[in-house]
Design a protein around this ligand. Structure first.
Ligand code: B4P
Length: 194
């Protein structure tokens, strides 16, 4: 059997992770695991986990690590035959990164690379405000909450890249331009490693 191929798509809110993940999973057949999508699904069903998460998400704050790590651990167990995972929006803290390493150690399938989308702050805010006009997402329809998410990113999430840098796994990719151009840049980096 071929070894599992696991990737992290990284970047601040609005950097294009969700958008590019759709295209990447279609091209490479990886199982897409977006903690944002998993949390929104829990909220839509009004589960206990969803209700807890919503309190944090509405303020632009990160959901507690143990909640998100538990969710990812279950998702990994539910997909024993996946040929690889594309992690989108996870890990978002150092504790999540360490937990992911432990989980993947059990599967003998480490992270191959972290692709980090680089986008200016003004472009991020512009994209999210625009998405807020139609998405119905409560964390997108208020510029103050959008800015709070970006602050959370700088305070808690940016360090996750440093964690993977020590293992030489971080690849910076320009995240501005057309969606297709960014997709081509990502594919070029993946094709070198897959
Ligand atoms: P996420 O769902 O991960 O939300 P996001 O970071 O805003 O989205 P994403 O990055 O996927 O959006 P995209 O750029 O594709 O998280 C939401 C919340 O959930 C977090 O704030 C947190 O509270 C919680 N959460 C999630 N994971 C967590 C974790 N691990 N730990 C703790 N809490 C967690 O798209 C943005 C917009 O840009 C779209 O409208 C898109 O059309 C547009 N766009 C994309 N590419 C473009 C381009 N090239 N040009 C122009 N527009 C573009």
């Amino acid at each position: 059997m071929k070894r599992m191929f696991n990737l992290i798509l990284f970047g601040p809110p609005g950097s294009g992770k969700g958008t590019q993940s759709e295209k990447l999973m279609a091209r490479y057949g990886l199982k897409h695991l977006s903690t944002g999508d998993l949390l929104r699904y829990e909220i839509s069903r009004q589960t206990a986990l969803g209700k807890e998460a919503q309190n944090f998400m509405d303020k632009g704050q990160l959901v507690p690590d143990e909640v998100v790590i538990g969710m990812i651990s279950s998702a990994l167990d539910e997909n024993p035959d996946a040929k690889g995972f594309l992690f989108d929006g996870f890990p978002r803290t150092s504790a999540q990164a360490k937990a992911l390493d432990e989980l993947l150690k059990l599967k003998k399938a480490p992270i191959a690379a972290m692709l980090a989308l680089d986008v200016s702050e003004e472009e991020l805010v512009k994209r999210l405000v625009k998405r807020g006009e139609t998405s119905g997402r409560s964390d997108d329809n208020n510029e103050q909450v959008i800015r709070a998410r970006i602050v959370e990113y700088h305070n808690k999430t940016a360090v996750v890249a440093d964690y993977y840098k020590q293992f030489n796994k971080v690849v910076m990719v320009k995240g501005e331009g057309t969606i297709d151009d960014i997709f081509k840049r990502l594919c070029k980096e993946i094709d070198k490693r897959i």
